[in-house]
Design a binder for this molecule. Structure first.
Ligand code: SF4
Ligand code: SF4
Length: 297
């Protein structure tokens, strides 16, 4: 019959409305059982576990208790233990942000050398789509999602472009909003630090062993040379050069050459080298010509 579907749909809607109304009224004492009083009639309400229908919340006086995984716009973490920003201005979050609403300016030292901290950090909250990609990709746990959602203002600029000061929150704030995730991260951090400590200790031990071995070597060297049986490589080369010079001077019946004669000899060597290079070049050109001729080009 025409309109049956419409009537069925209206029936379902009516059923839900009545059930919700009954549930909501019937559990009035329950709905405030776990609520957090904020004063002046304002409170944060926890959904009663046995609530079946919809829960009517008198917003803005009443607000829903947000689940941990609720996310709105990002916040930057100030590490209160180390007294520094966790952000290193690596720029990964800005690169992965789909609507490109993050701007970062890296800080620099007195000499103008870039350092691993941001001088400026902006997020345009009007563009941010709360995807949390920046959080997922940050390698330093420096950016997390905030739960603050009442951010409406009349003008977009500059109110909705949050700067570093507005975005930064202490680590404790994040720990309170995301207790489970914070605990998991802390556990991982502690484990990583332990591993790093063990690696550093192993490296230090290896370095100490190497230093001890190096210190033991010079003691053995004099013992080997003390017999005078072996000359060092440098001494050997020097001796040979002296022998060659003496033999040359003796053979030619000349004395040791003067500096001017040495310079002339050096120039002669350079000229000979140049001539050899020219000869090699000429031969290479000749070979190229031959190859072309063989190929009939
Ligand atoms: S928030 Fe994280 S990803 Fe973004 S610049 Fe800072 S350290 Fe890099
Ligand atoms: S939550 Fe998504 S849209 Fe917002 S700043 Fe991060 S990456 Fe960009």
């Amino acid at each position: 019959m025409f309109g049956t579907g419409l009537l069925k749909g209206l029936g379902v809607t009516l059923k839900h409305t009545l059930e919700t109304f009954a549930d909501d009224r019937g559990k009035v004492p329950d709905r405030y059982r776990d609520s957090i009083e904020l004063g002046q009639g304002r409170r944060i309400i926890n959904q009663p576990i046995d609530q079946e229908g919809l829960l009517t919340i008198q917003y803005p006086e009443e607000k829903r208790q947000l689940p941990e995984r609720f996310r709105y716009i990002p916040m930057l973490i100030w590490d209160s233990e180390k007294n520094e920003d966790r952000c290193t201005a690596c720029g990964i979050c800005a690169k992965v942000c789909p609507p490109q609403c993050i701007w970062i300016v890296r800080d620099s030292d007195a000499n103008g050398k870039p350092v691993t901290r941001p001088a400026e950090f902006y997020i345009d909250a009007a563009v941010c789509m709360s995807c949390s990609f920046c959080v997922e990709f940050c390698p330093f746990d420096a950016i997390k999602m905030n739960h603050d959602y009442e951010l409406a203002v009349f003008d977009r600029y500059p109110q909705l472009v949050y700067d570093m000061e507005e975005l930064t929150v202490p680590l404790e704030y994040y720990a309170a909003l995301w207790p489970e995730q914070y605990a998991v991260e802390q556990e991982k951090r502690a484990k990583d630090e332990e591993e790093k400590k063990a690696q550093d200790e192993a490296k230090a031990k290896a370095a100490a062993a190497k230093a001890a071995a190096a210190a033991a070597k010079p003691a053995a060297a004099p013992a080997a040379s003390s017999g005078g049986a072996k000359l060092s490589r440098a001494e050997e080369l020097k001796r040979k050069a002296q022998e060659r010079a003496a033999a040359k001077a003796g053979g030619d019946g000349e004395s040791v050459p003067s500096p001017a004669a040495s310079a002339a000899a050096a120039d002669g060597e350079v000229d000979a080298k140049k001539a050899r290079m020219e000869e090699l070049k000429r031969k290479a050109q000749e070979r190229a010509r031959q190859r072309k001729a063989e190929a009939g080009e």
